[in-house]
Design a protein around this ligand. Structure first.
Ligand SMILES: Cc1cc2nc3c(=O)[nH]c(=O)nc-3n(C[C@H](O)[C@H](O)[C@H](O)COP(=O)(O)O)c2cc1C
Length: 140
């Protein structure tokens, strides 16, 4: 059985709702899943999981949230080589630039992106919910 971590930051609950759907998808596919906030995760926990889903909304000016998520993620970057991961997050008025930048960072770190990243405009609609569940399944 694969062990999967869903690690997220969310200010107003949209990315949290996505994280819960990712977890549901992975559980339905038979994985053991831990859902953790950014402050509950770090590089020292990476080896305990077969795959990790990272979720963070667009913050700052098309950036990762900089007080909790970005420091945690930077910490994990040294452990991303060959690691199966997937990215998700909610955004507001932008065009998804934060996610494209984030994907490039992960590829440069040698991460194996299991599927297309999932973006939701504000609260996830039915399509985004289904995509989050499929993301969770893709990590199994
Ligand atoms: C301080 C701040 C900065 C933001 N910056 C961006 C941005 O650069 N691009 C964008 O598309 N949305 C931006 N947003 C909108 C959020 O990404 C959006 O509301 C998202 O749904 C929040 O997700 P959450 O509920 O998981 O916190 C920003 C929101 C806040 C509060």
């Amino acid at each position: 059985m694969s062990k999967i971590a869903v690690v997220y930051w969310s200010g107003t609950g949209n990315t949290e709702a996505m994280a819960n759907e990712v977890a549901e998808g992975a559980k339905a596919a038979g994985a053991e899943v831990d859902v953790l906030t950014a402050s509950e995760f770090g590089a020292d926990k990476m080896d305990a999981y077969d795959a990790v889903a990272f979720g963070c909304p667009a913050m700052g000016a098309e950036e990762l949230e900089d007080s909790e998520f970005e420091p945690m993620f930077s910490d994990c970057e040294g452990k991303l080589g060959g690691k199966k991961i997937a990215l998700f997050g909610s955004y507001g008025w932008g065009d998804g630039e934060w996610m494209r930048t984030w994907e490039e960072t992960c590829k440069a770190d040698g991460a194996v992106l299991a599927c297309e990243s999932v973006l939701a405009n504000e609260a996830p609609d039915d399509e985004a919910v289904a995509a989050c569940q499929a993301l969770g399944k893709a990590l199994c």
